[in-house]
Design a protein around this ligand. Structure first.
Ligand code: FES
Ligand SMILES: [Fe+2]
Length: 485
């Protein structure tokens, strides 16, 4: 690339180039966080194309049930129509673009625009308007419905949509991550349901900080969450909790397990789900290997790119009153402007849990991972400072780079273990490792550089994330050079 074309690049393009070149060996420009220029590109190239989580089908069980959710910053009505099909439609009237639905959830047979009264059914079809004969006779109703998201798919009832008709099928997009989601949401044939409506709150942070944390930032547990270990909200010691795996399940999607070395070790099994419930776990939906991985698992924490975090772990809101039980949550870091995010948090339970088990799971979850929970308030404060400094003049002037090198050759103890691991992905038998974050930013950079309609490879072996380590070997600068970068 000649210097002229370099000079003509926007600030956003230059930052993504820097990330693209540096992420393989763990160098990330601090200015990608809270950045105004990048934010608009992210809405277009990441949220406007990737599969994003909207809702769970148990939130809208009956015909006419709907919720309003976001793709990027845009509102979409997620509604079950009279045939039971789930439709995802832009909440904008075909007449003047007015917001049609003024409630965030409910049940209806029709959506009526408040401006002039155009009325749509639950399939999004225009079915009528006031004074039709005088005002609109001759208008083709079939051409004037609400706009549908072109791609909608469900996985264990989790509703995902993409605004890009060229997106690969959801399971292809998830790649190896689907194996791990199946393991978590398919432990028995009954499946899962939401426990109450999602909790939401807004705070000043970049959506990427939440996503990369849930991609497997276990390193922060001993400092930021130290008090949680001390007060007994979580039944595993810090040292025990750090036993486990980091997994780049597929390009963009990463997860981390805290896991016993064998099922004979003391401590929680099946992520802390009650023993009586665990008796119902079986291989109706998953393989024997998946069931055994789940049996050893103490914590499952992961992120489906871009912003859908998934967490399951044994917790209690008050160790003196209640034993820990599994809290299973799906959480979204919904972009709401540069350096601003709306956090959405759903708790889930297995459908065959008793009412008491559901109540315990919900209350334990609320007391730990929620606006009033100890973990959540620990986490959000540092994230606000990441975007604040990322957006600063000093970071820009200094070309300040962040260190994401843990687990690159020569840094830390990460060693790949592929043998005896039954699942897909690039697997590391340590939780002191940042390949899970590099995998996310590798894919983020790929999406930000991709031309419309072009998709990065979803094959782990096709030269993307699997190559990170090899890439790092080839490009690895000396320690002194690395610090310079
Ligand atoms: S804008 Fe909706 S009916 Fe006119
Ligand atoms: Fe945390």
């Amino acid at each position: 690339m000649n210097s002229n074309s370099e000079a003509s690049k926007s600030n956003a393009e230059r930052l993504i180039d820097e990330l693209d070149k540096g992420v393989g060996y763990g160098s990330v420009p601090a200015a990608i966080f809270g950045n105004d220029d990048l934010y608009k590109e992210e809405l277009n190239k990441v949220f406007g194309r990737c599969w994003v989580f909207l809702a769970h089908d148990s939130e809208i069980p009956a015909p006419g049930d709907y919720v309003v959710r976001k793709i990027g910053e845009d509102d979409f009505i997620v509604v079950r129509d009279e045939d039971g099909k789930i439709n995802v439609m832009l909440d904008a009237c075909r007449h003047r673009g007015v917001q049609v639905c003024r409630s965030t959830s409910g049940n209806t047979s029709h959506f009526r625009c408040p401006y002039h009264g155009w009325t749509y059914n639950t399939k999004g079809a225009l079915v009528g308007a006031p004074l039709w004969k005088n005002a609109l006779e001759g208008t083709a109703k079939e051409d004037n419905g609400l706009a549908h998201a072109p791609r909608v798919e469900l996985l264990h009832g989790l509703i995902y949509a993409s605004l890009d008709a060229s997106a690969p099928p959801l399971r292809e997009y998830l790649g190896g991550m689907a194996w791990y989601l199946d393991l978590l949401f398919g432990l028995n044939e009954h499946g899962v349901e939401v426990l109450g409506p999602p909790q939401r709150f807004v705070f000043d942070a970049d959506w990427k900080s939440g996503s990369e944390n849930f991609a497997g930032d276990d390193y922060h547990l001993g400092t930021l969450h130290r008090s949680v270990f001390e007060i007994g909200s979580f039944p595993v010691s810090f040292a025990e909790n750090m036993k486990g795996y980091h997994i780049q399940a597929s390009p963009g999607h990463s997860l981390s397990f805290s896991m016993a070395n064998s099922v004979d070790e003391p401590g929680p099994k099946f992520l802390g789900f009650p023993e009586a419930l665990a008796a119902s776990f079986n291989t109706a939906r998953i393989s024997a290997e998946q069931l055994e991985v789940a049996r050893r698992a103490r914590v499952f924490v992961g992120n489906v790119f871009p912003n859908c975090a998934i967490l399951a772990l044994p917790v209690t809101e008050d160790g003196s009153k209640h034993a820990p039980t599994a809290a299973l949550t799906v959480r979204l870091f919904q972009p709401k402007g540069p350096g601003k995010v709306e956090f959405w948090n759903w708790f889930f339970g297995y459908k065959n849990m008793t009412p008491e088990q559901k109540e315990r799971a919900y209350t334990a979850g609320l007391g730990t991972f929620s606006l009033s929970g100890v973990f959540e308030m620990d986490d959000t404060e540092p994230w606000t400072t990441i975007s604040r400094s990322g957006n600063s003049v000093a970071i820009d002037k200094l070309g300040f780079k962040l260190n994401y090198k843990m687990g690159t050759p020569g840094i830390g103890i990460a060693e790949p273990v592929r043998e005896n691991w039954p699942g897909p992905g690039e697997v590391y038998r340590t939780r002191y490792e940042e390949g899970v974050q590099r995998n996310m930013y590798r894919f983020y950079a790929d999406m930000m550089k991709a031309a419309p309609g072009e998709w990065p490879s979803f094959e782990m072996d096709a030269g993307r994330s699997t190559a990170l380590r090899k890439d790092a070997d080839a490009k690895a600068p000396s320690a002194a050079e690395a610090l310079e970068k």
